[in-house]
Design a protein around this ligand. Structure first.
Ligand SMILES: [Zn+2]
Ligand SMILES: [Zn+2]
Length: 193
């Protein structure tokens, strides 16, 4: 039972860390706080992600910090469960975030995750900081209302657009594409040259 509590606590603490890092470190703290530059690059180009080497280094640093503390507080077995759960959720977050931008939704959770995170990108980057969970946005009052997200066509994920650049059927209640798709912009530029 206490092992389960350690696993659930580690996972819950990750969701809070995910919210806090994204909101304060990546967006609100002035200057180039740890990871903020990479995050700004991801906002400018949502197909760009920080290299896996940096993410692995972050995971190692978290283990080095969290494991001794939780070991001291709860003992070796529970400390290991807690740390493994926290780091496991961090890695899960990395995969789920990437898939928001690279793969179409499957199921209600995938659909919510994409609409919520793309609203953070394209509606208001000061809100919707939770990627895997809406809990802390609700707690801290930074949720965005549920309405179709207006996505600039040139920055739209590939899964959102058909071969003609139009919105894929079935996504109308979640997204509105605006402007010209990347290909069309390129064609216009090529035509003007
Ligand atoms: Zn993103
Ligand atoms: Zn962001």
């Amino acid at each position: 039972m206490s092992g389960l509590v350690a696993v659930v606590s580690g996972a819950l603490l990750w969701t809070l860390a995910e919210y806090g890092l994204h909101r304060f470190v990546f967006h609100e703290l002035p200057g180039g706080a740890l990871g903020a530059r990479e995050h700004r690059m991801h906002h400018a180009d949502p197909t760009w992600f920080a290299p896996w080497t940096k993410k692995a280094a972050a995971a190692v640093a978290v283990v080095a910090l969290l494991l001794p503390v939780s070991w001291l507080v709860a003992g070796p077995a529970l400390g290991l469960c807690f740390t493994a759960s926290f780091v496991g959720m961090y890695l899960t977050y990395e995969v789920l975030h990437r898939r928001v931008h690279t793969h179409p939704p499957r199921g209600a959770y995938g659909r919510w995750r994409r609409r919520n995170h793309l609203a953070h990108h394209f509606t208001d980057p000061r809100r919707a900081h939770g990627v895997t969970s809406p809990v802390w946005d609700h707690v801290f009052g930074t949720s965005l209302p549920r309405r179709p997200v207006r996505v600039p066509a040139r920055l739209a994920p590939h899964w959102m657009c058909g071969a003609d650049g139009a919105l894929v059927a079935g996504l109308e209640s979640d997204y509105i594409l605006r402007g010209q798709p990347q290909a069309a912009v390129g064609e216009v530029r090529a035509g003007a040259a």
